[in-house]
Design a protein around this ligand. Sequence first.
Ligand SMILES: [Zn+2]
Length: 224
Amino acid sequence: MSELNLVLLGPPGAGKGTQAERLVADFDLPYYSTGIILRNAIEQGSDLGQEAKRYVDAGELVPDEVICRVIEERFDSGEADDGFLLDGFPRTIGQAEMLEQALDSRGRLLTAVLLIEVDDDEIIRRLSGRRTCVKNGHVYHLEFDPPKNEGICDQDGSRLVQRDDDKPETIKKRLSVYKEQTAPLIQYYEERGLLKRFDGSRRPDEVHDTIRASLAALRLEERL
Ligand SMILES: [Zn+2]
């Protein structure tokens, strides 16, 4: 069977997490979200994990090169021989080049880069509708999942607030950072013929169906 080496791209609020969960289940792929694999490496306490931990403990960003080595460790573990789903790396051209080199030195290539697109207004609508309970962090959405009584958590009766992260001004800032970093990356992958675009404003089920269909078509092409 051919490899399915995938990168997932998209702005905050595009529903990447939901799609990642489903793809991982569909194709039985290991899911490499940067945050998760870094945390795992640190917990396992390998030399590399300890190196990463020093940055985290110092409150510094873990350097690209260290993150890439953590990913390479996963590639070499055998679990990713049939493919993987990367999320959160690469975010910049520099990281994309590192990844390309890491794969190339193992005789591997990316299969596709999946970009889930959602326009800014829709992202702001999705994220700014979130309300979080002050006591236990239960999450609601004014539109999609409202509490029974306005402003009050169904589960523990505590007050619901809008977190700073979910305020429109913060969301706009995050979106502009995303665009600045990701626009060149999108072009980079487009030039290499790897980019597949998906309309993330549709229902999660529909987005999932189109991604699946696109990956199935890719595999067919390979066999011809
Ligand atoms: Zn609550």
